[in-house]
Design a protein around this ligand. Structure first.
Ligand code: NAD
Length: 331
């Protein structure tokens, strides 16, 4: 079967997902949820979406009576994800939610619990878990080709523009660069090393307290320790451009990727040479992969479920705590 998806939030990333879905074999864009009638009209004509599959933020609970929609992809500001995802679950539809899944681990856990209670899937938009070069590196790591892993370095950032956007509004974003882009280094450290951290330390610097208000982090450097003894050293920032780099080394080899999590193509090399897997639009692979997961139980190399999302949120909570206290936070 084909996964029939409605997109909630017709902004820049929602548009990217919609375009990528045109090339999907197993997932189809069939509906929209939006507060802006003019956008709905445009999407209807661009993607051939029937009026009966168009909803707004007040009436989308009625999606429960619409058998033509299997799943809703929540692509709105982070601070709205939890309530919207829970409403989708209560309507009996599978939830695909963008990262970060919410604004803290407690919200994430509430989402997991609500989806479990409603007997629907909760999947988080971790597109890198389907990306061919990333998948190849994870396979190499699982086969032991890097030997005992020692160190991961992740650098994730860009210079953010418009000071009035929701990403710089704590209520809607839940935080600054960490929620938005630093999460790639957190998630990356976990899928590259294949372990869960047991402690974090973190240091925050802020050069522009007017643009980056209280609760909106500009730059955070953070470290994570893993049970094997491996360590990670990462940088999350809204104040440096083109920062998208992973490096990992073990007793037998290394990998470096730059860009490592951008929309691609991802580029990199290991001790054995360049990564040559083909570039395929990440969101196309992701949506086909999610359909295969929902219908056939075919699991991606690293989970994309709600529990995976909560793991990242717990680490973000700990990083924020560490920046405040200056102390090592145990997980
Ligand atoms: P955006 O601002 O371009 O779009 C957000 C959409 O939400 C807009 O259409 C806006 O109208 C709508 N919206 C609904 N209620 C709103 C409200 N109360 N306030 C403001 N906007 C409201 O943002 P985006 O870049 O599309 O990001 C949306 C989500 O997607 C975020 O959670 C972000 O982290 C995630 N994202 C993920 C990736 C990825 O690669 N996985 C990339 C970009 C964004």
């Amino acid at each position: 079967p084909v996964l029939n998806v409605a997109i909630m939030g017709l902004g820049s990333y929602g548009t990217r997902v919609a375009e990528a879905m045109q090339a999907c074999k197993r997932a189809k864009l069939v509906g929209v949820i939006s507060g802006t009638p003019s956008k709905v009209k445009k999407w209807q004509s661009t993607y051939g979406i029937p009026s009966k599959n168009c909803y707004n933020y007040d009436n989308f609970d009625a999606i429960k009576d619409n058998p033509d929609i299997d799943a809703v992809y929540v692509i709105t500001p982070n601070g709205l994800h939890k309530d919207q995802s829970i409403r989708v679950a209560k309507a009996g539809k599978h939830v695909i939610c963008e990262k970060p899944m919410g604004i803290n681990a407690q919200e994430g856990q509430e989402m997991v619990d609500a989806c479990k209670a409603a007997n629907v899937k909760l999947l988080i938009g971790y597109r890198m878990h389907f990306e061919p070069k990333t998948v190849a590196v994870i396979k190499m790591r699982k086969e032991g080709q890097f030997g005992d892993l020692k160190f991961f370095q992740g650098q994730s950032g860009f210079t953010i523009g418009d000071p009035n956007q929701w990403r710089l509004n704590k209520e809607l974003s839940g935080g600054g660069a960490m929620m938005d882009i630093g999460i790639y280094s957190i998630n990356g450290a976990r899928y590259m090393l294949g372990e869960e951290p047991i402690w974090v330390t973190a240091q925050e610097t802020k050069t522009d307290p007017v643009k980056f208000k209280e609760g909106i982090d500009e730059t955070i450097q953070f470290q994570m320790g893993f049970p094997s003894g491996a360590v990670a050293n990462c940088l999350s920032t809204y104040n440096m451009n083109n920062l998208d780099r992973f490096f990992m080394t073990g007793s037998k080899g290394f990998v470096e990727m730059q860009p490592s999590t951008g929309y691609g193509p991802i580029e990199g090399r290991t001790h054995e040479g360049p990564l040559t897997q083909p570039h395929i639009t990440h969101q196309t692979l992701q949506m086909d992969g999610m359909a295969a997961l929902i219908f056939d139980g075919i699991k991606p190399i690293v989970p994309v479920d709600g529990e995976e999302g909560v793991k990242d949120m717990k680490i973000i909570d700990a990083i924020f705590q560490a920046t405040k206290t200056g102390e090592k936070v145990m997980l």
